[in-house]
Design a protein around this ligand. Sequence first.
Ligand code: IPD
Ligand code: CA
Ligand code: CA
Length: 260
Amino acid sequence: MEITTKGIDEFVVNVLSEVGRSLIIDTTKNKLVDTKKNRNDLVTNFDKSTEQFVVSMIKEAYPEATIVSEEGFGDDVQSMDGLVFFVDPIDGTMNFVKRGDDFASMIGVYLDGEPFIGGIIDVMRKKIFHGGPNYGIFCDNEKINLPENKALIDGLIDISAPMALNNYLNTQEVVKNSSGLRVYGSAGIIFEHLLLGKEVMYMSYLAPWDLAAGRVLCEGAGLRVASVDDTPVNMLKSQVVIAGTQNVVSEVLKTVKNCD
Ligand code: IPD
Ligand code: CA
Ligand code: CA
């Protein structure tokens, strides 16, 4: 298929709609739950079946693309050349298993290393955030109002629980200088909050599939996504990432840099 922003955006929205419909039904079914790196790193049969479905749709529509995905059904991608899809079939698997809400499914698309199109479905709210830097950012069919460039003192922030609890890189100072800390447990749901201006910053250690779609959407919405040492974000490795308004990310980068 020809590569156009509109074509890829429509493809991503169609695939995520299908994924959302089936995951809503899956929340009502018994799940086979397994652990990966530790007892709180969960994977279910639905993470695997969803990823298999998304990967097969991509391979059929864009056979020339390469796929970075969480559960192992994608490719061993070593280069960002050409069209690269990042797939997180269920983001917030712990929420999916324990609460049945606040989980997402995400597809990020990059062309020759540049953010191209991103899609995040908030499954239980049935909302799809999608689009890209040269296309516009939408919630379903409506363009979103771009988030204000708020300061840290004026907004809620989300930092992964282990980082905040251990004061990793001075994060407790960042929390003190904000309106307060929230921990939602799904990168996709937090990116949604950033896009809607409900939170002003997210800091976490993220794998490529956790970050890819959110980065495209945030940058397309005028937000900033930075690595913790402010070097260019490498989409093929896991790293600590700070995403948020331009004002907040600059302020947080100064605070984490001053950490001894
Ligand atoms: C996780 C969630 C969580 C974040 C973790 C991710 P998963 O994704 O986004 O909020 O703190 O780093 O791994 O494993 O549920 O897809
Ligand atoms: Ca994830
Ligand atoms: Ca996942």
